[in-house]
Structures are given as C-alpha cells and as structure tokens.
Design a binder for this molecule. Structure first.
Ligand code: SF4
Length: 202
C-alpha cells in the first residue's frame, strides 16, 4: 500500500540496524505514527555482529522511547546450508521474505494495522523486491505493508548515526555479503578482539 495514503496509525517497523533506523524514524515520528520497532535479522554473521547491531538499534529506540521487540531466531545454519537454493530467485529475495513475512506475522499478532522496514532507506537494497515481498507478506497476515521511500534521507541518516556515535557496518549482514565485500580484510581485522564490544551511545 502506498505510504502516502496511510498517514499516522499503529505501525510495526522492522529494523535492520541502528543507522538505517535514524532517518525513517524522523519521517514516521513527524507523521505521528505510533511505532513498535522489531529487530529481526536471523542470518547476520558472525553472531557477535548480530549482537552489536541489535544493541545499537536498541540504543536508538531507547533514546526516542520507542518500544522494541527483539527476535533472536537464528537461521545461520540453514543459511550456510543454502536451503534457499531453487525456491527463491536470489538470496536477497529469500532474506527479504524471511524477515518481512515474520514482521507481518508479528504485526498481526499485536493487532498493529500496518508495517514497514528500515531496509527501504538503503539505495543498495532492491526496493522493487522489498515492496513486492512486503505486499505479499502483508496480505498473508491481513496487515498493510507501507512502501515508504526513505532513500532520499540515506545520507542524512548516516550523518545522524555518526553524530550519535553508532557503529556503522561495512557489509550488509550475511556471510555471503561479508565474503563479497571489498572491505573484507578490514572487516575481519576489525572483528579481532571486538567480541562483546559495544560502547555507550546516545
Ligand atoms: S546481502 Fe543483505 S539482503 Fe542480501 S541476503 Fe545478504 S544480508 Fe540479506
């Protein structure tokens, strides 16, 4: 559903990480949505990276008094076994499907009428696939997927994250995106000794 036709109301916001939440929250709070945030990213590798992104996402929500649901379901082993092969056109569509389907289910469980995702802020994600899969997931559970285009605020959101002292990752999240990253060696080096590290932010 077009976000333009649905201003304000109860909304579940699927959150991929703190930095990507910054700008969407600005837009949604301006439009007076009553937000419940939902952190669910079950294929982030390695495990402490998931913890790190979750903790910084929690800090962003805490600073704005937004309730946060945390879902620790871990699909790493299925992901590494490539159980998605053949069922989806690409690994990213599989990844969007897993996250948005469960976000729609959680919205329905809590009687929230609509949902959206911070993935829509990133110019590096496939917006068309996210919106299609979001619509399908919403229809499955009787909640509306709102197709905000947060991308014009991507740079602003990154600046906000920098000012707030948030950790800003250099890869999307799954093991495949890590091994494909041009920053791979730097990222692996940054993991050394950083397990359990999260500084106080905000
Ligand atoms: S690159 Fe990102 S969106 Fe694609 S499968 Fe990996 S984590 Fe998911």
């Amino acid at each position: 559903m077009s976000a333009e036709n649905n201003r304000s109301g109860d909304l579940l916001l699927h959150v991929c990480c703190g930095p990507c939440a910054e700008y969407p929250l600005t837009v949604l709070l301006e439009q007076e949505y009553r937000i419940t945030a939902y952190f669910y990213n079950p294929n982030i590798h390695p495990q402490f990276e998931e913890e790190r992104r979750r903790k910084y996402a929690a800090a962003v929500m805490k600073a704005r008094n937004i309730p946060l649901l945390v879902d620790r379901e871990d699909l790493i082993s299925q992901w590494e076994n490539k159980t998605w092969c053949g069922k989806y056109p690409s690994r990213c569509e599989m990844c969007y499907s897993i996250r948005l389907n469960r976000a729609a289910m959680k919205a329905a469980e809590r009687s929230l009428s609509s949902f959206t995702t911070t993935l829509l802020v990133s110019p590096y994600q496939n917006r068309e696939a996210i919106c299609r899969i979001g619509d399908e997931s919403g229809q499955r559970y009787g909640v509306r997927f709102l197709d905000f285009d947060f991308r014009p605020g991507f740079r602003k959101g990154q600046e906000m994250a920098k000012e707030d002292g948030l950790y800003r990752q250099k890869y999307c999240g799954c093991i495949d995106s890590l091994s494909e990253s041009k920053f791979r060696d730097k990222i692996y080096a940054s993991f050394e000794g950083s397990e359990g590290e999260t500084q106080t932010v905000l």
